[in-house]
Ligand binder design. Structure first.
Ligand code: PRP
Ligand code: MN
Ligand code: MG
Length: 182
């Protein structure tokens, strides 16, 4: 199992901090959307953990849908060129859409996604993200519900992967450079 001192350098956001923050954000969401139905839209695969933990705190009337997009062509840098691999099942026109993400890094994925969803004329469109890296952001994104701003380091866990690994960690941690040859 990945541990601090092994594959991991240090914990950036603990399991308890995540749980408390998601409870806070859910309470805000319940207040803001009082009397409305919310369509939660998760971005596969990273958002899986946030989606499931956030939604179990919500008291509002919610549905869940998913999109899969590919933004990283061959390279490791986000290109901003995004392709839909799996579209939403739901028609979002006239609906209150809340996009759920694990992290905003460059912001390119979400910036493209928000434009794409906006064109489908939802009644409202907002973002909830657990993490954001302010020092990596290339495009400004209006985030309504933010968990934590974190340093610009390679982090994994709680849905975030390196080569599809480490998503299962219940916390967010910095990956040791020896793992990715850094
Ligand atoms: C990661 C992360 C976000 C996106 C953020 O997803 O889960 O969706 O990158 O990067 P950006 O702000 O620079 O666009 P990834 O493309 O690695 O797919 P995954 O969720 O399946 O891991
Ligand atoms: Mn993702
Ligand atoms: Mg990834």
């Amino acid at each position: 199992y990945p541990e601090v001192g092994g594959d991991l350098v240090r914990v950036v956001v603990s399991e308890q901090e995540i749980r408390d923050k998601l409870a806070d954000l859910a309470a805000q969401i319940d207040r803001d959307y009082a009397g409305k139905e919310i369509l939660l839209v998760g971005v596969l695969k990273g958002a899986a953990m946030v989606m499931s933990d956030l939604m179990r705190h919500l008291r509002s009337d919610v549905s869940m849908d998913w999109m899969a997009v590919s933004s990283y062509g061959a390279g490791t840098q986000s290109s901003g060129v995004v392709r839909i691999l799996k579209d939403l099942d739901a028609d979002i026109s006239g609906r209150h859409v809340l996009v759920v993400e694990d992290i905003i890094d460059s912001g390119l994925t979400l910036s493209w996604l928000m434009e794409t969803l906006e064109r489908r004329q939802p009644a409202s469109l907002e973002i909830a993200t657990l993490l954001r890296k302010p020092d990596a952001v290339k495009v400004d994104i209006d985030v309504r519900y933010l968990g934590f701003d974190i340093p610009n380091e390679f982090v994994v866990g709680y849905g975030l992967d390196y080569a599809e690994r480490y998503r299962q960690l219940p916390f967010v941690a910095v990956l040791a450079p020896h793992v990715y040859g850094g």
